[in-house]
Design a protein around this ligand. Structure first.
Ligand code: PLP
Length: 403
């Protein structure tokens, strides 16, 4: 049985304070221990932590919403035919999001691979069986901007295609030929590229070449879920386990019906395919649907106000230490949430940001942040509400001790 957040709050407010760091109403990842259930991480010699970093795969991304966990547990107890479930969930997702078609993949990365596979094969399973090693009778080139060529573009290479990097519209026009399968776009780098949405889509449409947009980390805002298919991208990819708070090993492939039907040819349960290892089982497929439903219906203004107040609290505590400087910012596209970078005069506060991050990690409870030599960087959207107070106090404590 899932312990609801409200139950946890009730439970902890009746418990004595532990180690001085627990405050009534604060939920911490260590409550499993307090609630008398098995503490599996502890049995393994692992420690959980407060996630002040954000949606990082290495930190296991996000915590699923209660609604998603409930759906996950429901599916764990009852069989269903995988293709039927994907069909129905896809229809519901398309309805909810307002796109032509949708399917659940094992992450945004696999949405990219499967989406491209669908573009290459159309409805031909024999072609699907030849990806990535024999692209005879298939188009074999994908064009993208140099400034969009990040590591995740490897998901395209999994299909055996050749990647063509260009910079300007002129170069794009010249690169397009009869072997061009798809144009790929990295949403987060729209402003870094010389070709932005409007022109990119205009060229793709004119040449009748499918265009894919990788929007993995790009909700909030919620309207991004439909913005880019509306804009004219044929396929759009999202991570399920970032802002959507679904299973970390899920993603969404949204867009044209024919292309998504093609993508499904390379997806499990079909075995002789590039995608057979990208399995998403019933629990995750269902939990992904419910996560999207829950996400769309959230009070997004309330979320924003909460994050904003949390960042301001951390800022206030940090600024009480002499020599500290902070920068509160909101990234324009990906991870578009209130964030804070904290730095200090190291002649006054004798600890480096990396040492401070290590001290946060090694404390009780453990706190994960990001940053480097210059600053400690924090977001609060992946925390449980209340944990920002622990983070604010611990960071202040560490900086004061070094002053
Ligand atoms: C996170 C991310 C991915 C990978 O997403 P998964 O859901 O982990 O597979 C791909 N592209 C970008 C831009 C991302 O931020």
């Amino acid at each position: 049985m899932l312990v609801s957040r409200r139950d946890l709050i009730k439970q902890i407010s009746t418990l004595p304070l532990v180690g001085g760091l627990f405050t009534a109403g604060v939920i911490t990842p260590h409550l499993t221990e307090l609630s008398g259930r098995r503490d599996y991480y502890k049995e393994l010699g692992l420690r959980s932590f407060i996630n002040a970093a954000g949606t990082y795969t290495a930190l296991t991304g996000c915590l699923m919403t209660e609604e998603a966990v409930e759906a996950y547990n429901y599916a764990a107890g009852q069989y269903v035919a995988l293709d039927d479930l994907q069909d129905k969930v896809g229809e519901r997702l398309a309805e909810l999001i307002g796109c032509e078609s949708a399917t659940v993949t094992s992450g945004a990365f696999s949405a990219i691979t499967l989406g491209l596979a669908g573009v290459l094969t159309g409805d031909d399973p024999k072609k699907a069986a030849r990806i990535p090693y024999d692209l005879t009778d298939m188009k074999s080139e994908v064009i993208l901007q140099k400034s969009h060529a990040i590591g995740y573009a490897h998901a395209l290479k999994n299909c055996g295609v050749k990647i063509i990097e260009i910079e300007t519209v002129d170069e794009l026009e010249k690169a397009i030929n009869e072997n061009t399968a798809m144009l790929w776009f990295l949403n987060a780098h729209n402003f870094q590229g010389k070709i932005q949405y409007k022109e990119f889509i205009e060229v793709g449409k004119r040449h009748n070449i499918p265009m894919m947009n990788d929007c993995a980390a790009d909700v909030p805002p919620v309207e991004n879920l439909w913005k880019y298919t509306d804009m004219g991208f044929d396929l759009v990819c999202f991570s399920g386990g970032k802002g959507l708070r679904g299973p970390q090993s899920c993603g969404l492939l949204l867009g044209r019906k024919d292309l998504i039907r093609g993508a499904r040819l390379s997806a499990p349960p079909r075995g002789d395919t590039v995608g057979r290892g990208m399995k998403v089982n019933k629990e995750e497929v269902l939990a992904m649907l419910i996560a999207v439903e829950t996400y769309i219906n959230r009070d997004h203004d309330a979320d924003w106000k909460l994050w904003d107040s949390q960042i301001k609290l951390i800022n206030k505590y940090a600024m009480e230490v002499e020599g500290v400087e902070t920068e509160i910012h909101v990234p324009a596209i990906a991870n578009h949430v209130p964030s804070i970078n904290i730095s200090w005069d190291q002649s006054k506060i004798k600890i480096t940001p990396n040492e401070a991050r290590e001290a946060l990690r090694n404390g009780h409870p453990s706190i994960e942040t990001v940053g480097g030599d210059k600053s400690v960087n924090i977001t609060t959207w992946m925390m449980n509400p209340g944990e920002e107070r622990i983070v604010a106090r611990r960071l202040q404590e560490i900086l004061m001790a070094a002053s």
